[in-house]
Design a binder for this molecule. Structure first.
Ligand code: CA
Length: 264
């Protein structure tokens, strides 16, 4: 297996950036490297470890899918041309169980179709071989900055004149009217409010609110819970023209609506 040209200037360690993760309060991120070419895989892993990351290596698509889908993984570097299962198949299957796990594709020059398909299938970014350690690590850091933001714990949410206490799973309306939320409804609301700047897909809700291993549970279940939650978020003395608490985003999912406010 001759070291192909790409590996030669792939990781000249003199160009490795200084670790930027150490010394701040970010947790050590766990990265899975799925790459069948041993020299590239080792080069990638060494460069990432030097930059302070925890790395797991996978030499083929089957092992890659298993490692990439494991708990606690923060980012996946995924080669497309892989034995046993190609990278796009791995991505497709990973997206069913982990819709939001960050993935950067490692692609060959000239395989533009693969890149486009990969991005459409939910890859977050790609790098074209040959790439330098510096470029790759910059992409990894940029993606982790986007995805590892510490989540602010939301407890109190307002809806019109009502206040929702997510910890107590209770909605308090004026004049002492109260109603309860189920555990799932509270978790659903919390997730939508915590991600209020974007629309969230039904698949993501299934994975994040109901947890991984949702085989058998259909996205229709999400719709039913949203419908029940919406009904509970309507002010008991309001009319039909109240602002929406949960907005349906066509062909995608749901989003926290204008009626919801975060109160601490
Ligand atoms: Ca390959």
């Amino acid at each position: 297996m001759g070291a192909d040209k790409t590996t030669i200037f792939l990781f000249s360690t003199t160009h490795c950036p200084l670790p930027t993760f150490k010394g701040n309060d970010m947790p050590k991120a766990h990265i899975v490297v799925v790459e069948d070419e041993p020299a590239i895989r080792r080069g990638l892993s060494d460069a990432l470890r030097l930059s302070g990351y925890e790395v797991t290596e996978a030499p083929d698509g089957m092992a890659g899918l298993r490692e990439a889908g494991a708990a606690g993984v923060d980012l996946v570097l995924l080669d497309i041309m892989l034995p046993k299962k190609d990278g796009l198949e791995v991505l497709l299957e990973l997206r069913r169980t982990n819709p939001t796990r960050p993935v950067i594709l490692l692609t060959a020059r000239g395989s533009e179709d693969d890149r486009v398909r990969g991005l459409k299938m939910g890859a977050d970014d790609y790098v074209v071989k040959p790439f330098s350690a510096k470029e790759l690590i910059a992409r990894v850091e940029a993606l982790l900055r986007r995805t590892m933001r510490p989540t602010v714990e939301v407890r109190l949410v307002t809806v019109g004149l009502g206040t929702i206490d997510l910890n107590r799973r209770e909605i308090r309306w004026p004049e002492g009217i109260r109603s309860d939320l189920s555990e799932t409804e509270a978790a659903l609301l919390k997730y939508l409010v915590s991600n209020r700047e974007r629309a969230v897909s039904r698949e993501e809700l299934l994975s994040r609110v109901w947890g991984i291993g949702t085989a058998g549970l259909e996205t229709r279940a999400v719709d039913m819970h949203v419908a029940r939650l919406r009904a509970k978020l309507k002010s008991p003395d309001g009319g039909d023209d109240q602002p929406e608490a949960i907005v349906t985003v066509r062909a995608h999912g749901y989003m926290a609506g204008p009626a919801l406010g975060v109160d601490g």
